[in-house]
Design a protein around this ligand. Structure first.
Ligand SMILES: Nc1ncnc2c1ncn2[C@@H]1O[C@H](COP(=O)(O)OP(=O)(O)OP(=O)(O)O)[C@@H](O)[C@H]1O
Ligand code: SF4
Ligand SMILES: [Mg+2]
Length: 339
């Protein structure tokens, strides 16, 4: 994949494994390479359990035992031209502390985990600002109110003293977004930021993230299981299956001309994309356990184009370039082009 100084993040051959008591190695993320362009939005999409959150947690070095990053680089390029390999940082270093919350911030899958129930939201946002920016308390308060206004909290100044339980679900997720963006991070990681919300709120919150991203120029790694959300949010998309990226391109190419059978199946399960506009219940079969990753192409037991003796032997196919900026990991990609 192209490496340029425009990239704020370059993840190269990331492998994050979990080690069971029985000595098994669960390869949750197994050789993932991608980059996020400065001011761009890369979506990582895939079914539940394919390694999206483990990838995101790895970038911030939040993987706990029995998990471990066993290989790879996580290169963060700061605006002053410095390159930090997050994978190499000491766990207790000031640099890693500065990366987390300062240079890179994250909106988690479950919004309540990001907020403390016993501190007012004003205190929580100000604390984050004071930890990572060289400002005094009154400047931090001003910044906090400004960002709460930006995410659409009415009467922001008056609500600074309120506690998370005094906010509705949608408002709470806005607070979480405000907190994540208060320090003007170079990269925002949003891990399914709207799954806990109803459809209307989901649309509002996605809009806020997109608008703020455009206004602040923040780069975003956006994680979702929903290709419809990808279409709305992202410039580029990486499709993940069983810990590996199977297709990567700009959003338009992937949505208009998906080339990996898994991407095609994901698209077919969207409403309005399949014949008769019926949403398919799901892709046939289920994601195998990490204990039983199939030989050959990990998708072969569920793939309608799998060819015995070709797709079920050897190691997993690697990503090949099939057009400018479009990469696919399928050994039959040319043969099944027209299908
Ligand atoms: N602490 C852990 N110990 C063992 N296995 C784990 C651990 N955390 C994650 N895994 C495994 O790693 C794989 C990837 O999990 P991950 O949470 O990244 O999936 P995901 O793509 O984010 O799914 P979802 O859409 O459900 O959030 C799964 O098989 C999961 O069971
Ligand atoms: S390599 Fe074979 S099994 Fe895998 S996606 Fe391609 S056709 Fe299907
Ligand atoms: Mg997840």
């Amino acid at each position: 994949m192209p490496e340029t100084s425009e990239n704020v993040l370059e993840v190269k051959n990331l492998k994050t494994y979990f080690f069971t008591d029985d000595g098994d190695e669960l390869r949750a993320v197994d050789g993932v390479t991608f980059s996020v362009k400065r001011s761009g939005i890369l979506a990582v999409v895939g079914e539940s359990g394919c390694g999206k959150s483990v990838t995101a947690y790895s970038v911030l070095r939040l993987i706990q035992k029995p998990g471990k990053i066993v290989d790879g680089q996580i290169l963060l390029r700061t605006t002053d031209g410095k390159i930090i390999d997050i994978a190499e940082l000491d766990e207790k270093s000031d640099e890693l502390f500065h990366v987390r919350g300062g240079l890179v911030s994250m909106i988690f899958q479950e919004p309540m985990t990001a907020l403390s129930p016993v501190h007012s939201i004003g205190n929580q946002i100000c604390e984050a600002i004071l930890l990572h920016q060289d400002v005094d308390k009154s400047q931090a308060e001003k910044i906090a109110i400004g960002i709460l206004e930006k995410v659409g909290i009415p009467g922001a100044a008056g609500r600074m003293k309120q506690y998370p339980h005094e906010f509705s679900g949608g408002m709470r997720q806005r607070v979480v977004i405000a907190m994540a963006l208060a320090c003007k991070p170079q990269l925002l990681i949003a891990d399914e930021p709207t799954t806990a919300l109803d459809v209307t709120l989901q649309a509002q919150v996605l809009r806020i993230i997109k608008d703020l991203q455009a206004e602040l120029g923040t780069s975003v790694l956006f994680i979702t299981h929903d290709l419809a959300v990808v279409a709305q949010m992202a410039d580029e998309v990486a499709v993940m299956y069983l810990g590996r990226i199977v297709e990567h391109s700009d959003v338009r190419s992937v949505l208009k001309n998906p080339r990996h059978p898994y991407t095609r199946a994901l698209l077919k399960s969207l409403p309005g994309m399949s014949e008769g506009s019926e949403r398919l219940p799901s892709i046939e079969g289920s994601v195998p356990s990490l204990m039983e990753i199939p030989d050959g192409c990990p998708f072969h037991p569920r793939c309608p184009h799998a060819e015995s003796g070709l797709c079920d032997v050897g190691g997993p196919p690697s990503l090949q370039k099939i057009a400018d900026g479009h990469y696919v990991a399928c050994v039959r990609v040319e043969e099944i082009k027209a299908l």
